[in-house]
Design a protein around this ligand. Structure first.
Ligand code: UDX
Length: 436
């Protein structure tokens, strides 16, 4: 099928490449000419495992093209909207400027019967408004939220857990859902559930899924706060409660908390929207989820200060990690960098290392010192803080090897990724988050 993807950021670029890889003819459209140049050469403008290959293959096959010219969308059966919905500068609500601009620019190229499929995460109610604007063209607006995780984006797009399509009630909506079913045929044939619902439910599925995940992380971090004063071990607690499959062990990783371009902004935008709808109290607990999450960063800083005897001024502190999570070069709202910046603010000589995110980190926080080589970064450290649990640290860094590099073997494990016994046996003073 002929598809267009408007917005070639993380979501859009991955979606365009993934759709080409399953046989569709895809044009990716973005206003950013540099991004389009890079994608047209088959180069990914950000780190995502597997994406460079699939981009190159798509471009070489002729099934995947990129342009800044919206007119190229004309004639596509489905127009996906994958532009960003960042947090507004002066508040918690989502900024819909890019979604509105994308729809306005697309309108002249829509034909009767075309499907517009919004993928961006938007406040509930947005799709209904957009549907009214699209209606005069004869195109049908649907909402098809995206659940991809950075680092697993291709798997999550080509072989997702579920597909959700919000469509208008009636014949038009049914037809639109059938067309999207064809687009996603390879996944559906493999048994992926395809859920057709109304526009508002589809929008809400996305934000409520992210709110639930954020709540799960903050729940276990709240237990970590209690464990810290009770002398308990939150990782063993998570293992034990996680065995109950009604609870599940995933997303019960206590540590310095969640960050990234989605969870923090999505829970804030959700609370803002709920307040606009007069139901702020229904999800007021999300304020608490956010607060617990931010306190974990304070706690990590506190632990470093404590470990260094009460002050970090002019002490060498090495941070392992800058990305908001492993398998990503994304530093948006990264808890790792937040901890680094705060330690630097207290006068520590902070050195940051990361396998993928140094360039992005330097752009946002040029005041920090960055060293690409892990061992080089560890040399002479008075304390080491694990803030992003990359395999390069979690699996591949032996405590004996690291002990030989640092000045003082103090490890603050901000992700509870290490085995305390192994590090202590190698001579380290080990601090976990919510572990005795
Ligand atoms: C998230 C959702 O998972 C995805 O479905 C949605 O489409 C976009 O938002 P992503 O932002 O890529 O995806 O990251 P995710 O893997 O969910 O991790 C989010 C943050 O939570 C990271 O900072 C991670 O380190 C943290 N986290 C995750 C924990 O602190 N503990 C955990 O147990 C799991």
């Amino acid at each position: 099928m002929k598809l267009s993807v408007v917005g070639c950021g993380y979501l859009g670029a991955v979606h365009a490449a993934a759709m080409a890889s399953i046989g569709h003819q895809v044009v990716g459209i973005d206003v950013d000419a540099r991004k389009i140049d890079s994608l047209s050469r088959g180069e990914a403008p950000f780190f995502e495992p597997g994406l460079p290959q699939i981009l190159r293959d798509g471009v070489a096959s002729g099934r995947l093209t990129f342009t800044t010219d919206m007119a190229a969308a004309a004639g596509s059966a489905v127009h996906f909207i994958g532009v960003g919905t960042p947090q507004q500068r002066d508040g918690y609500a989502a900024d819909l400027t890019f979604v509105n601009a994308a729809i306005d620019a697309l309108l002249p190229y829509l034909s009767p019967g075309d499907i517009v499929a919004g993928k961006s995460t938007v406040p509930v109610g947005t799709a209904t408004e957009l549907a009214l604007r699209v209606r005069p063209t004869g195109a049908i607006l649907t909402w098809n939220p995206e659940f991809l995780r950075e680092g697993w984006a291709l798997k999550d797009t080509i072989d997702p857990d579920r597909l959700v399509v919000g469509a208008p009630v009636g014949e038009d909506g049914q037809r639109a859902a059938e067309i999207l079913r064809k687009v996603y045929h390879p996944a559906i044939a493999k048994g992926t559930p395809f859920i057709v619902t109304d526009l508002a439910t589809a929008e809400l599925v996305k934000v409520s899924a992210n709110a639930f995940l954020a709540t799960k992380i903050s729940f276990i971090n709240a237990m970590a706060e209690i464990a810290e004063v009770a002398g308990a071990d939150v990782t063993q607690l998570a293992d034990a409660i996680g065995i109950d499959d009604r609870i599940g062990r995933r997303f019960l990783g206590a540590g310095i908390g969640f960050g990234g371009g989605c969870l923090p902004k999505d829970i804030r935008a959700f609370t803002a929207r709920a307040e606009e709808l007069g139901r702020g109290e229904s999800i007021a607990f999300l304020h608490e989820v956010d607060a617990i999450n931010m306190r974990r960063r304070d706690r990590a800083v506190e632990l470093v200060v404590k470990a260094l005897g009460g002050a970090v001024f002019e002490r060498n502190v090495t941070l392992l990690g800058a990305a908001f999570k492993p398998h990503s070069d994304d530093v948006r709202d990264s808890p790792a960098l937040d901890v680094a910046v705060r330690l630097r603010g207290l006068g520590a000589n902070v050195t940051v290392t990361d396998p993928a995110a140094i360039e992005n980190a330097r752009r946002v926080h040029p005041q920090l010192a960055y060293v690409a080589d892990r061992d080089q970064a560890l040399r002479g450290a008075d304390a080491v803080v694990l803030v992003t649990e990359w395999d390069e640290y979690r699996r591949e860094l032996a405590p004996e090897h690291a002990a030989a590099l640092v000045k003082v073997p103090i490890m603050i494990d901000g992700r509870n990724a290490f085995d305390p016994a192994a590090w202590r046996a190698a001579g380290w003073t080990y601090y976990g988050m919510g572990r005795p």
